[in-house]
Design a protein. Structure first.
Length: 463
């Protein structure tokens, strides 16, 4: 209570804006990528009743889900055996008695809290920035580590699909079950932009489509069984490209008629592999229809309307979106904002209207990877969008006074004086802003979980 009072008193004396980000006391509101209600603790502080998050690959621990309330000492022992240095836990989701026990249990922590009350305003702001930056970097590393794990699993599937189709099916389903354990949890999940280094082209496209499709499936309230089918279909929808010559695996605007026809055959190759793997009828249908359109202009069978399954509609839409953003030739790539605009204005008849509406609502006007200009004329890049608040994404803002590697992710939901004014093409950026923001030539998406479900208190700080 004393610490909160000290912060409130300081906030009433000092007013900062995003234009002076470095010393801002408002930093706790700028949206670190971990849940506002979680914190990192040492493994020695684990107690029965704590709600914890295991930020490792889904097959790197024996638990059925990656976030849960600890119910036994054996679970604590298992967690400690995973080799983690620290772990996230959510006080608000933990048993009340745990929080009252765990805080006094660390006398050194109590001393540190008392020392914080005596901090000067400048020291308090500097410490808050360091803590936010550390949490931000740790959370991004979690996303990239999980993406790398997914990419590795996808490669294993493609390596053994011909020789061991049943094992390939099992690996694919395990991967999607891991995704669902996160996406279908209590916490909201958002779309997060990763670095271009996160994955090579084949796995990048398949994982992009899977992540976005599953988030869309959740938004459309699919059942868990439908979500599993959707995930398996999306991760495997292009697996038949392995049977094409290398130069035909990625659609090119310069294909002649014969080459285009050969490329289109990847759908039949994918379907044949899926049958060999023994996948469900729903998955087979979605793979067969992932290039079909509601108006009958797709391929290979030109089916339309109600003949497209609900899962097929999602796969076809998300696959088209990612192909616009990540074409074979990066020179033909469009921005995420342009991709949505193009789908809605030029290709709307191709897609199931309610599915398209839900997709646009989920992605927001400025999907992750969009380069934008704010109302105060500064430049920024969108890095995360929460479907519950799509017009207020999280951004990294060009600020020459702050090194790029120390830039904080700003949650525009908590900014009353600034918002997005317009979307830009990367080449419209001034050179300094372009170099700082480093717009991605290829967009790599994953999901970011544990985002706050309610606006955080303003804590007395002014915008």
């Amino acid at each position: 209570m004393q610490n909160n009072a000290a912060r409130n008193a300081f906030a009433q004396r000092q007013h900062y804006s995003l234009k002076n980000l470095s010393p801002s006391v408002k930093l706790p509101e700028t949206g670190a990528m971990t849940d506002i209600h979680t914190q990192f603790i040492e493994l020695g502080q684990l107690r029965i009743g704590m709600f914890v998050y295991l930020d490792v690959g889904w097959m790197d621990h024996p638990f059925p889900v990656s976030n849960f309330k600890i119910s036994s000492q054996s679970q604590i022992d298992t967690i400690r055996s995973l080799g983690l240095e620290r772990i996230r836990y959510a006080p608000d989701k933990s048993s009340p008695e745990v929080n009252s026990e765990s805080k006094p249990a660390d006398s050194e922590q109590s001393i540190q809290q008392k020392n914080k009350i005596m901090e000067s305003p400048g020291a308090f702001a500097a410490r808050q920035r360091r803590e936010l930056l550390a949490n931000q970097q740790a959370s991004l590393q979690v996303c990239e580590r999980q993406f790398a794990h997914a990419a590795q699993t996808f490669k294993q599937v493609t390596d053994i699909v011909h020789s061991q189709p049943s094992q390939a099916k099992e690996l694919a389903e395990q991967l999607i079950q891991g995704f669902l354990g996160e996406i279908l949890g209590e916490d909201e999940a958002a779309i997060r932009l990763l670095s271009e280094k996160a994955g090579e082209k084949t796995s990048l496209h398949s994982i992009n489509v899977t992540v976005i499709a599953l988030l869309l499936g959740r938004a459309l309230h699919l059942s868990k069984a439908e979500m599993l089918d959707l995930g398996v279909a999306t991760i495997l929808h292009d697996i038949g490209k392995m049977d094409l010559p290398d130069r035909l695996r990625w659609q090119d605007e310069h294909f002649n008629h014969a080459e285009r026809e050969l490329y289109h055959e990847h759908v039949l190759h994918s379907l044949a592999m899926a049958r060999k793997m023994g996948l469900s009828a729903n998955v087979l249908l979605a793979i067969a229809q992932h290039h079909e359109h509601a108006d009958g202009t797709g391929y290979p069978s030109h089916v339309q309307g109600d003949k497209l399954s609900p899962i097929s509609r999602i796969v076809a839409l998300v696959n088209h979106y990612d192909n616009l953003c990540n074409p074979a030739n990066p020179a033909f790539a469009v921005t995420p904002h342009e991709a949505l605009s193009q789908i809605f204005t030029q290709h709307k008849p191709r897609f199931h209207a309610p599915t398209l509406t839900a997709f646009i609502r989920m992605m927001g006007i400025y999907p992750p990877g969009s380069v934008v200009q704010l109302t105060d004329e500064r430049y920024a890049m969108v890095v995360s969008v929460n479907s519950a608040r799509p017009i207020k994404p999280k951004v990294v803002i060009h600020n020459a006074a702050v090194p790029r590697e120390e830039a904080l992710v700003i949650n525009l939901e908590y900014e009353n004086t600034v918002c997005i004014h317009r979307s830009l093409k990367p080449l419209q950026l001034p050179k300094a802003a372009y170099d700082y923001l480093s717009p991605r030539k290829r967009l790599c998406y994953f999901f970011e979980r544990g985002l706050e479900a309610e606006p955080r208190p303003k804590d007395g700080a002014a915008a």
